[in-house]
Ligand binder design. Structure first.
Ligand code: MRU
Length: 408
């Protein structure tokens, strides 16, 4: 068990974008191979790939995929760039809150324009290399975040984290979990509290799986247990990731983050945000300007489950075999529950959605919230640690001259 046992999240392979399908992890561990940029867009909106830095990498790889597929038929440079802009806008629109998505797309657009002096054929292959470089840089940045963040933790730390800001949320290694991995290597981590993170359960499904794979002591709690755990003195620091950080230090992150920050302040616990500078959006003055994604009400009214069926007898095996002979089998169920069974290799897989709330109930399902800067003890980036006043410290770090703000 080691951090290195966690698989990579997303990569380029034989002219395709390959990614781990996180929508079904950890009970089903499929790889998705996308042949088109539209396929990557579907993977993003279906949350097969998620987490702000991973979305930045996905955007870059999707553009590279477009360049060598649909874009390969375009012979005119201006037309190539014009279509690339449209494709980039389509990709950036798949999820609105994480700035990394448009950051990745914008970086690819700028790269194509900066390389106007080569043939289109050469440009396409340079674009693929650039997207791969973005993925590699992401890992480097996360490792640097880990080094800076680990310095803030004391030996014997009990840390609480929310959602998944781990390796799976990045090309590799993670931001908030990157800090925990680096600190664990130095023997500083006594344990990690993992918030389950309703409604999509990234904490229960992904963070718990990563920590288990890495061999780091952790305990899973439901979101409403955090206050009680803090009151018992069992949390020494909260570390979360971010989807977008405004110029004043307001932080958009997974819904529930704001509540944790308020709780942390009440209990005198430091609240740290770990994110690359690509998550900082200096064009936004405050968090009020951040668009918050609202998602499918079914995430709140029920539970999605996936798994592999292991028939316990020949009778069961024959029954499943008969059901799925014509393709995947959908069970007819009352109250809108859904269950589909399909063949998978020599076995069977199920995907279901089960209702818990009454049919027709009105739902509000914002995927993110904004934590005002006053609740944030420090923002850990790959270039150093920013502290209040964030307007100055973040601007300094983003311009590359920010190490002085470490003292904040
Ligand atoms: O909806 P998700 O799973 O994409 O939300 C992810 C988060 O909120 C993460 O905390 C954030 O993207 C930081 S990931 C390093």
């Amino acid at each position: 068990m080691a951090v290195s046992d966690i698989p990579r999240t997303i990569w380029w392979e034989d002219g395709k974008v390959v990614l781990i399908d996180q929508s079904r992890l950890p009970l089903v561990g499929d790889l998705l191979a996308c042949n088109t940029y539209e396929g990557v867009c579907t993977a993003i909106s279906g949350m097969a790939v998620r987490g702000a830095p991973a979305l930045g990498v996905a955007a870059a790889l999707a553009i590279a995929l477009w360049a060598v597929t649909d874009g390969a038929d375009i012979e005119d440079y201006e037309k190539f760039l014009a279509r690339l802009d449209e494709v980039a806008a389509e990709i950036a629109a798949t999820r609105p809150t994480a700035v990394n998505l448009s950051w990745g797309a914008e970086r690819m657009k700028a790269f194509a324009r900066d390389n106007a002096d080569v043939s289109l054929e050469e440009l396409r292959s340079l674009i693929v290399q650039e997207a791969q470089a973005i993925a590699a840089e992401d890992e480097e940045r996360n490792r640097a975040i880990g080094v800076h963040g680990a310095e803030l933790l004391e030996e014997g730390s009990l840390v609480l984290t929310h959602c998944n800001a781990g390796s799976l949320a990045t090309a590799y290694y993670g931001t908030a979990l990157g800090v925990i991995f680096a600190a664990a290597e130095q023997g500083k981590i006594a344990g990690v509290w993992v918030d389950e993170t309703r409604p999509v359960l990234q904490g229960a499904r992904l963070t718990a799986w990563e920590l288990r794979t890495a061999g780091i002591t952790h305990r899973l709690i439901t979101d409403n247990m955090a206050a009680s755990v803090m009151r018992q003195g069992l949390v020494h620091a909260v570390i979360v990731g971010a989807d977008r950080i405004a110029a004043n230090g307001d932080v958009a992150n997974k819904i529930g983050t704001y509540g944790l920050a308020v709780l942390a302040k009440e209990h005198g616990i430091p609240f740290y945000v770990a994110a690359p500078t690509s998550t900082v959006d200096l064009t936004l003055e405050s968090g009020d300007d951040i668009t918050i994604e609202e998602r499918d009400p079914r995430e709140v009214t029920g539970f999605t489950v996936s798994g592999i069926i292991e028939p316990q007898s020949t009778r069961e095996s024959n029954a499943l075999d008969a059901l799925t002979r014509q393709g995947s089998y959908s069970m007819g169920m009352k109250k809108g529950h859904q269950l589909e069974i399909a063949r998978k290799g020599g076995g069977f897989q199920f995907d279901g959605w089960f209702r818990i709330a009454p049919p027709g109930v009105e739902v509000y399902n914002p995927a993110f919230d904004v934590t005002p800067a006053e609740y944030v003890s420090a923002i850990i980036t790959e270039r150093g640690v920013a502290r209040a006043s964030y307007k100055e410290s973040l601007a300094g770090l983003c311009s590359g001259s920010g190490a002085i703000h470490e003292l904040g």
